[in-house]
Design a protein around this ligand. Structure first.
Ligand SMILES: [Zn+2]
Length: 229
């Protein structure tokens, strides 16, 4: 197992951690209350047999991952949403710090929209917390620049989103950027025909086609600026 070497860029780390700090500060004010609100606004109440059961928990994780897949697809395909999500894609290298690089607008709207499946499916708060923990680990893993042994990664990629699959999602070619939307499980891209055929190579350019990364303030303002992509 190895990591792809890259020139260390202090400016890039400042951008990634700066966006993360904003989300971190805003989370107790916006994201956490929204999630708690969802847990209190369920449309129905599950019976005891549907409460804390491992199989039900697994089902909830799968359904929330399916929701996350479609939401990620919407962040790419709905123009006003892409304005926010492309802040994440402007990163010109990929490592686990990329997994914290999101515009606050995207994080807040995602948390608000997630109330829909939580309320409709009456997902217990504890299950949402477990899902969020699994999702965070998956996102850190698939943004990492780890190069796993090929046979191991091929096997794992049949079930999970691996670094190679997500690397292609960050390829600076729009056809690949708008593919491989999965977060935890890889089945959704196969099922809904959004899997890219491109294979990860060490030389492939990371970022958004024809657009360079921006300084910190430029990233904050990106959703409100005119852009060619
Ligand atoms: Zn994306």
């Amino acid at each position: 197992m190895s990591a792809t070497p890259y020139p260390a860029s202090k400016a890039r780390l400042v951008r990634n951690f700066g966006l993360w700090v904003i989300v971190l500060i805003a989370s107790p004010i916006i994201v956490a209350p929204l999630t708690a609100l969802g847990a209190n606004q369920l449309l129905w109440v599950r019976t005891d047999s549907l409460q804390m059961n491992v199989l039900v928990l697994a089902g909830d994780i799968i359904l929330l991952d399916l929701w996350t897949y479609w939401l990620h697809r919407a962040w790419h395909r709905v123009p006003v949403m892409w304005r926010f999500h492309k802040v994440h894609h402007f990163d010109e290298f990929l490592d686990s710090t990329s997994s914290f690089r999101f515009h606050l607008g995207e994080v807040a709207v995602s948390a608000a929209l997630r109330l829909i499946p939580i309320a409709v499916l009456a997902i217990p708060f504890a299950h949402v917390i477990v899902f969020e923990t699994v999702l965070l680990c998956a996102v850190i893993f698939h943004h990492s620049n780890l190069q796993l042994p090929e046979r191991f990664e091929n096997g794992l990629s049949r079930v999970m989103i691996t670094p190679s699959i997500h690397w292609v999602h960050h390829h600076a070619v729009m056809r690949d950027t708008h593919s491989n939307y999965g977060a935890i499980f890889s089945v959704w891209d196969r099922l809904f025909h959004s899997q890219s055929k491109t294979k990860r190579t060490p030389k492939m350019k990371i970022g958004v086609e024809s657009i360079e990364d921006k300084p910190f303030l430029g990233l904050i303002l990106t959703p409100f600026m005119r852009s060619k992509q």
